[in-house]
Design a binder for this molecule. Structure first.
Ligand code: SF4
Length: 360
């Protein structure tokens, strides 16, 4: 084993001997992928468990939101634009991908500003951007709406399924006392700053560490967490200072406040949580797809065998699902967690056979 890793792991083992069983949750799809990729769980003491929470933006997008966006395609002049991962997320038997196969106009974009270009180049069509993601992607959607307003665009709308982290964490941790500490999401923290996660320590009395995405970054975060737990302390430590500042990215924060306001949101597997989403505010309401279109949809049943909801709340693991790796694979995903590369099932599928040796 690399001596740098060994020294951190030795310290983790020493601290763990002073503790009982400890569960540490991460809520970032990139952390989930790194933990599987580097086989981090395999090198930890047996009493330290890593759990993945609702950190994959595609996975947490509710079926209702997908069905509402699909319903817009029944307007002949509407083109739906979304990031590639959203295309394959099932909503019952349907998906945006299937709608596209059936001849409806669904386009993959790589940046929200692509939607403005499309709208300007095709004035006879109406473009709806299906906006998903956390504090990290919301500023990009805000920039799109700011630019669309400045340009006087009238054929562009946004369906906002954006979500924010604080209240889902409050909801999760108030329902469960089985989680002892949090590895905070590095990308979201770059926007919110360390301050944005201070409530985890102060209000929820749990150690929290903002971490980068390499194996060493994650091991250091675990070391800091165990150090706090052995000292009976709850602080929010920034272990990713090269990217995360105390106050975060204030320009991105201003953009979010300029265009959005907090709203309730549905989370897949968790349900409705007050003030955990972002809706377009009254100044930008002319671009709000929910206000402009009548959305007629029927809520379809999710596949009963898919346990994505329990996986997103860390009650179960991908291998607890009877469909994992057989009926459900990244090539034929049955549930949202198998679609995105940041999804827990997809990450586990990708790395389960090869992970351990990457760090050892
Ligand atoms: S393996 Fe597939 S069906 Fe099972 S929980 Fe994961 S996404 Fe759902």
């Amino acid at each position: 084993m690399n001596s740098e890793y060994k020294s951190i792991i030795d310290r983790i083992f020493a601290l763990s001997e002073q503790l009982g069983n400890i569960s540490i949750m991460e809520v970032c799809g990139t952390h989930t992928a790194s933990i599987y990729k580097y086989g981090i769980s395999d090198v930890l003491p047996k009493n330290i468990e890593l759990l993945s929470g609702p950190g994959c933006p595609v996975c947490v997008t509710s079926q209702i939101d997908i069905e509402k966006v699909i319903s817009l395609l029944r307007y002949e002049s509407v083109t739906v634009c979304c990031f590639g991962d959203m295309l394959r997320v099932p909503a019952g038997d349907n998906s945006l991908y299937k709608m596209r196969e059936n001849g409806y106009d669904v386009r993959i974009i790589t940046s929200p500003l692509d939607v403005l270009n499309l709208a300007q180049q095709n004035p006879n069509r109406i473009f709806v951007f299906f906006a998903v993601g956390f504090e990290t992607t919301a500023p990009l959607t805000a920039a799109l709406l700011e630019s669309a307003k400045e340009a006087g665009t009238s054929n562009l709308f946004v369906y906002s399924a954006h979500k924010t982290m604080p209240n889902v964490l409050r909801a999760l941790f108030s329902q469960s006392n089985e989680i002892d500490a949090l590895i905070c999401p590095g990308h979201v923290s770059a926007i919110t700053g360390r301050r944005g996660f201070e409530f985890v320590a102060h209000e929820l009395n749990m150690p929290a560490v903002i971490a980068g995405f390499g194996a060493k970054d994650i091991l250091i975060a675990i070391y800091y967490i165990l150090k706090m737990l052995t000292a009976n302390e709850a602080k929010c430590i920034n272990a990713y200072p090269s990217v995360v500042r105390e106050e975060g990215n204030t320009i991105a924060q201003s953009l979010i406040s300029k265009v959005f306001e907090p709203s309730g949101a549905y989370w897949r597997g968790i349900g409705y949580i007050e003030n955990s989403g972002l809706k377009i505010n009254s100044e930008y309401s002319e671009f709000d797809a929910e206000q402009h279109f009548e959305m007629l949809y029927q809520e379809a049943n999710e596949n009963a065998a898919c346990i994505c909801g329990e996986i997103l709340t860390a009650k179960k693991k991908p291998t607890d699902c009877a469909l994992f790796g057989t009926v459900c694979t990244p090539y034929s995903p049955v549930g949202a967690c198998m679609v995105s590369s940041e999804g827990n099932c997809a990450s586990y599928y990708k790395y389960w056979k090869e992970a351990s040796w990457l760090i050892l």
